[in-house]
Write a protein that binds this ligand. Structure first.
Ligand SMILES: Cc1cc2nc3c(=O)[nH]c(=O)nc-3n(C[C@H](O)[C@H](O)[C@H](O)COP(=O)(O)O)c2cc1C
Length: 214
């Protein structure tokens, strides 16, 4: 009886934790922003230092949509997935707590009022979670990760994908079910040291090599 009472108390505490966080409604994605794809590829890189500022709602909204948002009326995503299983869930961990990105509603749903960020210097750490432990899951997570990299490169945000973390502790904090697991964590923030304005030099070919000369 004593143990049942304790369990009820624990469940209530867990429920209250998530309930103390508000649902975060995101802005519709601004699909006009960012550099061209080739420039984003030229600028993509890993950055491990972050300014302390929180991301604006605009940047957070577009980041999540770019990562794995719905980009077509049939519900398919910005990231491909094996057999269209859409097996990667994106969680967003802030100092205040951790949320799950609901892609179809484009909003963040509270999971726990607990700071689970593996990198505390970053204002947000995206956690890429496999819904099922399949052979394809790490591949699909890698694609979501690259979406995040390219979005960050295109709009001037700092990020790095990371395999290092206490995946078991995170799974517990996120209340993941059997077979679900965190595959990558990806801190995102503004640059601590603003990158030089100078863009990487891409050699410009003066003449098309395969154009037949007259
Ligand atoms: C699957 C994977 C796991 C990684 N894990 C970590 C990590 O735990 N910590 C870290 O600082 N960087 C991690 N990285 C980032 C790599 O170190 C980085 O991509 C590499 O050094 C090349 O640098 P670049 O991304 O700037 O091209 C990881 C990258 C990948 C693809």
């Amino acid at each position: 009886m004593k143990y049942i009472g304790l369990l009820i108390l624990l469940f209530c505490a867990a429920g209250m934790q998530a309930a103390s966080l508000p649902v975060l409604e995101l802005l519709p994605p601004d699909k006009t922003r960012g550099t061209a794809v080739m420039q984003a590829l030229a600028d993509r890189k890993s950055t491990r230092e972050f300014a302390p500022e929180k991301l604006s709602l605009r940047d957070l909204s577009d980041l999540l949509w770019a990562a794995n948002g719905v980009n077509r009326p049939d519900g398919k995503r910005t990231a491909p997935s094996a057999l269209n299983r859409q097996d990667i869930e994106v969680y967003a961990a802030f100092e205040e707590g951790v949320y799950r990105y609901n892609a179809s509603a484009h909003m963040l749903l509270p999971v726990a009022a607990q700071d689970v960020r593996p990198v505390k210097e970053a204002p947000v750490v995206l956690l890429l979670v496999a819904k099922e432990d399949t052979a394809y899951a790490p591949i699909d997570a890698g694609i979501v990760s690259q979406n995040i990299y390219l979005f960050c490169a295109g709009v001037g945000l700092a990020t790095v994908t990371r395999g290092s973390m206490d995946a078991e502790a995170l799974a517990k904090a996120l209340k993941l079910g059997k077979g679900q697991k965190v595959i990558l964590n990806q801190p995102v923030g503004y640059f601590k040291n603003k990158p030089a304005d100078k863009k990487p030099q891409i050699p410009v070919q003066e003449k098309e090599e395969n154009t037949p000369s007259k």
